[in-house]
Design a protein around this ligand. Structure first.
Ligand code: PEP
Ligand code: MG
Length: 543
């Protein structure tokens, strides 16, 4: 038995035969093009064909994995246009074939992203570019068969396999018959890559950065995505252990379903609300299915990120109203636009500077571009008439920001009154995710109806550790005493001022800390829908 360790892209356990993804590597020689105009026309036709394929993949991904999957291909379609200038210049100035020009353009564009070697997000973009270049080259070669799909769309596997590859492009991942895949294991890649995002959306265990030798193909493997371990050729004892684990996991899911409708309360009677984090209305069915007490965090920025233009008031109103109606009286906490840093709106001009995480993001963006903010607030207030909505303001550091938000809310309500449009008075909460907000928690509690602790950013800003940089992951320690102290200080300040406090960052699902949070007196934990029932079980077993 051989054992390899990797980074966890998606948790879970899987057993299957290892299959190596084989691609027909296209050898692209520098050949001379006799007619550059004809070569340019070939490139344009291949690009158009690639665009059509990507549009089809976008539709398929939207149907199968929802908005996040579709967004990947939308980004690919936009990146495709970036090839034009480079490719056409190479053909015209160097008289090379379209294949060679696309290959060269792809390599130079990918190299720019690869050079940003401390940024996993940029690394993932380099893979996207290579994937696009391969696609256009395949389209150019169609007919002479020198390219070819790595995995034919709709390929059906007779037994579940662990798919191994150096790296997997999102387009490959989405085209693979999901029913045939037990797990993904890649030697490269990052937990931030689009492939990792897709694996999580599909809920398929996945490891990246795993030094699996190619000779492992054909052997039996076990992926333990809870520990980041891959066993190749497992011995009988290990195999039996993991088979039992998988059976146990199924039974656990059945038992958890029995907790629906039950209270989340410790044995000594301490109640905790368990709510769902969602990115859009598509996530509401799973929130309801997991018996969430409400939506604790609706990350509204995803409504903005899916379009090239800002969503209109009507579009936003419809989304928020639908959420409120579907949750049928359960509270829906909608966080106002948390744009900036890694979440940029394409085509929106301003330069956010060198340190975007420390720059114009979240409430800073909204108070800088007030018209955009007012549109969102109008939509939120109008939707409040149709259910129970609360507003949550991200990245607060000062009292004046809350005061200004409230002034704008007052103006928006006056406008709605003047227009005769109905709304409810909504609760307004503050995200505590900066050290300044923790230190000012008593003062901020005087201005807020509730606190919600964003432990992802609170860890990033307290420890000065970039949350997206995997190279410093050991410094991004969300169990650091400073982070836990900041959470405790926030809970105590909230309760001194008689307002409830929730945790909506990733620490909410960290079972190693649940007892600590319950003892601190946390009122609510908000998390991914699938984590709610396991958390209810844990809390009900606590003293
Ligand atoms: C957080 O920072 O913990 C949080 C919940 O917000 P986001 O992860 O969206 O920044
Ligand atoms: Mg945050």
């Amino acid at each position: 038995m051989e054992i390899y360790t990797g980074e966890i892209s998606c948790s879970g356990i899987a057993i299957g035969r290892i299959a190596e993804l084989s691609r027909h590597e296209t050898l692209i020689r520098r050949t001379c093009a006799e007619d550059p105009a004809a070569e340019t026309a070939r490139y344009r036709a291949a690009k158009a064909e690639s665009r059509t394929e990507l549009e089809a993949l976008k539709t398929k991904a939207a149907e199968e994995t929802g908005k996040s999957g579709a967004d990947l291909f939308k980004a690919h379609i936009m990146l495709l246009d970036e090839f034009d200038e480079r490719v056409e210049n190479l053909i015209l100035t160097q008289n090379v074939s379209a294949e060679y020009a696309v290959s060269e353009a792809g390599s130079s564009m990918a190299a720019v992203f690869t050079a940003m070697d401390d940024n996993p997000y940029m690394q993932a973009r380099a893979s996207d570019i290579k994937d696009l270049a391969d696609r256009v080259i395949r389209a150019l070669n169609r007919g002479d068969n020198s390219g070819g799909e790595a995995i034919p769309a709709g390929a059906i596997f007779t037994e579940k396999i662990i798919l191994a590859a150096d790296d997997l492009a999102p387009s490959e991942t989405v085209q693979i018959d999901k029913e045939g895949i037990a797990a993904f294991v890649t030697r490269e890649g990052s937990t931030n890559s689009h492939t990792a995002i897709l694996a999580r959306t599909m809920n398929i265990p996945a490891l990246c950065q795993t030094p699996l030798p190619k000779e492992a193909a054909g052997k039996l493997g076990i992926v333990d995505g809870t520990k980041g371990v891959l066993y190749v050729d497992p011995d009988e004892e290990t195999l039996t252990k993991y088979r039992e684990k998988m059976e146990g996991e199924e039974k656990k899911q059945q038992l958890l379903a029995e907790l629906k409708g039950k209270e989340t309360v410790t044995r000594s009677g301490r109640k905790v609300r368990l709510c769902a984090n969602i990115s859009g209305i598509d996530d509401i069915p799973s929130a309801l299915e997991s018996d969430a007490a409400g939506i604790g965090l609706f990350r509204s920025e995803f409504l903005y990120l899916e379009n090239d233009t800002f969503p209109s008031e009507e579009e936003q109103f419809l989304a928020y109203r639908t959420a409120a109606e579907k949750m049928a009286g359960r509270e829906v906490v909608i966080r106002t636009l948390d744009i900036g840093s890694d979440k940029q709106i394409s085509g929106f001009g301003p330069d956010f500077g060198e340190n975007p995480a420390l720059g114009c993001r979240a409430i800073r963006f909204c108070l800088t571009y007030e018209d955009i903010f007012r549109t969102q607030l109008r939509a939120l207030y109008r939707a409040s008439h149709y259910g129970c909505i609360a507003i949550l303001i991200p990245m607060i550091i000062s009292k004046w920001e809350v005061a200004r938000v409230k002034e704008i809310c007052g103006e928006v309500k006056a406008e709605l009154d003047a227009q005769g449009l109905p709304y409810q008075d909504v609760r307004t909460g503050i995200m505590i995710e900066t050290p300044a907000a923790v230190l000012m928690a008593d003062e901020l509690a005087e201005t807020a109806d509730f606190f919600s602790i964003g432990t992802n950013d609170l860890t990033q800003y307290t420890l000065a550790a970039d949350r997206r940089n995997q190279r410093i992951s050991r410094f991004f320690d969300d169990h650091h005493p400073a982070v836990l102290k900041a959470i405790r200080m926030t809970v105590e300040a909230a309760h001194r001022h008689h307002i409830p406090v929730s945790i909506c960052g990733d620490l909410a699902t960290d079972t190693a800390l649940t007892e600590t949070f319950v003892r601190m007196g946390i009122d609510e934990l908000s998390m991914s829908p699938s984590s709610i029932l396991p958390m209810r079980k844990l809390i009900r077993e606590m003293e």
